[in-house]
Design a protein around this ligand. Structure first.
Ligand code: MG
Length: 486
């Protein structure tokens, strides 16, 4: 995860980071997802989803007491993994090693973690990945209900997996029956952050000759209000939010848009009804559904001429890149807070690295002593066979001294490892009190970071960071050195 360029005066939180070199001058068409990409949501949205879903639990006959469960701001993070069967939430590194786990609010011991998850490598497909912001309230609610079940045995006579399946059902219902959407539409400002540089950023791309398209899974009535909120009055020459886009596709059903074959429909704006579409895509019309293969055929843009900007690794990035070779930009909102923290934790990072060097040296010293002890033992046996008592005694006395030294070094190593652990925990807590840094788990890359690095060509904290860079820029990847190149 090397930075795209030497320090340029662009604030670190506004930088674009490069995993795979990308020549922006070569990009002709840029697509944007809406929810959490153009439209970052405030946490009040998670709170709303939490409360509405909780109501549905109680309506379905779960204990009334659940209504006292409260939404905790900043509690869950993306990249967590849910073990629905056991009711546990896991924090996993890039090697699928479970570094931390909670059952409700109770932390699992190292031994439990080992026997449940680390004895054999976990299969990620057996668990649920928390990839989207929309899943954060879901995970927190699951943690709260599991905790309630532990403290109140017998009050909910269901397995954790059954509770999770209800949770999914109730969340979907809250979205489907309009409970959540109606509230957002009536007061978008309360739930969505309006980036005041969004319009300027898009115009800058248009001025450089790029065409833009919107590809969202949200339906037209919702998209219309949200996009209007984001872009109305954004720029004098673009009175309507629709003026920015060459193509507008709602109800895209990603990842189906990339791996399916659903046809394009045209949205009749007055009625919201759909009619099947044939022929070229018209920039003055709104489309529903569709698929990437037909999209490429109808627009004449293909593969790496297209950059798609989204926030969902699986739905937006993996499929578009893997199946169509579109270039990808991932919006990782968390970097807004996390990147500046790297400066704050610099002293911890340095201290950890120094101590890791000390540990390496100490470990080597221990190995040397162990080798000498083994050699002494071998020579003492030989000397004893030759009845050379003097040599035996001298070797034994030397070994006794070495054993004392070994024990003392072992204690030092133990203490050093403890200190390193304390420093890592302290460093992690600067990012998040429970889960640490999004992109790291202890000293390792997190599973989430691995996915970001493997699938997103470039990534940044928000769309409007594009305005800091030339639309012709060559984003260069400075590959990380391999271990043997040190
Ligand atoms: Mg999205």
């Amino acid at each position: 995860m090397k930075e795209s360029l030497p320090k340029t005066g662009i604030q670190s939180k506004n930088r674009i980071f490069v995993n795979r070199s990308l020549n922006f001058g070569h990009i002709k068409l840029i697509g944007f997802d809406m929810d959490h990409t153009l439209a970052p949501y405030h946490q009040s949205f998670e709170n709303l989803a939490f409360q509405e879903t909780l109501k549905k639990f109680i309506d379905a006959g779960y204990p009334e007491e659940l209504s006292s469960l409260t939404f905790k701001k900043d509690y869950a993070i993306r990249g967590l993994i849910v073990d629905r069967e056991r009711g546990n939430i896991l924090r996993v590194d890039g090697h699928k090693y479970v570094k931390d786990a909670y059952h409700g609010h109770t932390r699992l011991t190292k031994d439990d973690r080992y026997s449940l998850y680390n004895k054999h490598s976990i299969r990620a497909q057996d668990f649920l990945s928390v990839d989207t912001f929309f899943a954060l309230s879901e995970v927190q609610l699951f943690i709260e209900i599991v905790d309630y079940m532990n403290k109140n045995p017998g009050k909910i006579e269901k397995s954790f997996a059954e509770v999770y399946s209800d949770l999914r059902k109730f969340i979907d219902l809250s979205h489907r029956d309009g409970t959540i959407k109606t509230k957002v539409l009536s007061d978008p400002e309360k739930y969505i952050h309006r980036d005041r540089y969004l319009a300027t950023t898009l115009v800058r791309l248009l001025d450089a000759g790029k065409k833009l398209f919107l590809l969202t899974n949200s339906h037209y009535s919702y998209t219309n209000v949200i996009m209007n909120y984001l872009l109305a009055d954004g720029h004098d020459e673009f009175p309507s939010w629709k003026d920015y886009w060459q193509y507008i596709i709602v109800g895209g059903g990603k990842p189906g848009f990339f791996n399916g074959s659903q046809p394009f429909f045209e949205v009749i704006e007055q009625s919201g009804l759909l009619k099947i579409h044939s022929g070229d895509l018209d920039s003055s019309k709104i489309y529903y559904g569709g698929n990437a293969k037909t999209f490429e055929q109808l627009t004449g843009y293909n593969g790496d001429e297209i950059l798609y900007v989204g926030d969902h690794i699986y739905g937006d990035i993996i499929q578009s890149k893997g199946l169509f070779n579109w270039r990808t930009m991932l919006v990782v909102e968390e970097l807004n807070l996390e990147v500046p923290k790297h400066d704050e934790v610099k002293k911890f990072t340095k201290e950890i690295n120094d101590k890791l060097d000390d540990r390496e040296k100490l470990d080597e010293e221990l190995q040397k002593i162990r080798s000498i002890l083994a050699a002494n033992k071998r020579q003492a046996i030989k000397a004893s066979l030759k009845s050379d008592e003097k040599k035996v005694q001298s070797l034994e006395s030397a070994s006794m001294k070495l054993t004392e030294k070994l024990d003392s070094k072992k204690d030092q190593l133990k203490q050093l490892e403890k200190n390193i652990k304390v420093l890592i925990d302290e460093r992690d807590s600067k990012f998040h009190p429970l889960w640490g840094e999004l992109m790291k788990v202890g000293l390792e890359r997190s599973r989430f970071a691995n996915q970001v690095c493997n699938y997103a060509c470039i990534y940044s904290s928000q769309v409007s960071n594009l305005r800091f860079y030339s639309p012709y820029k060559k984003f260069m990847s400075f590959h990380e050195r391999l271990p043997h190149e040190e």
